[in-house]
Design a protein around this ligand. Structure first.
Ligand code: DC
Length: 224
């Protein structure tokens, strides 16, 4: 038996923070699907395959294995057995990951992995297409959003803490570019599922958003 909470939304809307916190509170596991796309982007950088070389990236997929270990608050992302949790957040990866994630073959492989990781488990999965494509029958669907400026500020502050070198202006520009690309993708485009509950996090604290989502999850989980 498996209970799936899908959290989709724009870059920097708080999906990852929420997925980890809620999974931790409820004893679910949290799966950050963006990190799986980041692993492919990192592998392409390491092998000097530009994202325009779609055939090269498709071939690369056969040479990589991605796994998640650790716990909700400290997930460890493994690329061919190596811990790349820090490297996948680098500015270099952030700049190209959206383009890499547009390649249909990349999406097919990673969606298969994401579905497999959730088998038989209670999961909070965050991404762009979880409620619309990966788990269209998810038990709870949440769509998070906030203004571009607030999202850029949050990402910039997070990056500062992690020692990632990107100015606020670069972060804002990257968020705008990714929003556009994420919404225009051929498969798995970012869009709100018809039955998703929308939460605008612009003026809400982490605690307030968490409370709202947990209330929704608990109301459905008890009934099930
Ligand atoms: O959530 P994030 O910023 O770590 O995601 C990185 C990129 O991966 C993002 O630009 C879009 C893509 N992505 C996607 O296409 N589908 C998902 N389910 C998750 C992320």
């Amino acid at each position: 038996m498996s209970f799936i909470v899908a959290i989709d939304g724009t870059a920097g809307s708080g999906k990852g923070t929420m997925a980890n916190a809620i999974a931790n509170d409820l004893g679910f596991i949290s799966i950050d699907t963006g990190a799986t796309y980041r692993c492919v982007a990192l592998a392409s950088i390491r092998e000097n395959i530009p994202y325009e070389d779609k055939e090269g990236i498709i071939k690369l997929l056969d040479r990589i294995e991605i796994d998640i270990q650790g716990d909700n608050l400290n997930p460890i992302f493994l690329l061919n057995g190596e811990d790349v949790s820090k490297e996948i957040r680098s500015a270099e990866v952030t700049k190209i990951v959206s383009q890499v994630s547009c390649i249909p073959e990349v999406r097919l492989k990673l969606v298969e992995l994401q579905r497999k990781l959730a088998i038989g488990k209670n999961v909070v999965m965050d991404g762009r297409d979880i409620g619309t494509y990966v788990f269209p029958n998810a038990d709870v669907k949440i769509y998070l959003d906030a203004t571009e400026e607030v999202r850029a500020k949050r990402r910039w502050e997070e990056n500062q803490e992690k020692g990632i070198n990107m100015t606020y202006e670069e972060t804002l520009e990257n968020i705008r570019m990714r929003d556009k690309q994420d919404k225009e993708k051929e498969i798995g485009a970012l869009k709100k599922a018809d039955d998703a509950i929308v939460i605008d996090t612009t003026d809400l604290s982490i605690e307030e958003v968490k409370e709202k989502i947990e209330k929704i999850v608990k109301s459905k989980y008890v009934v099930k």
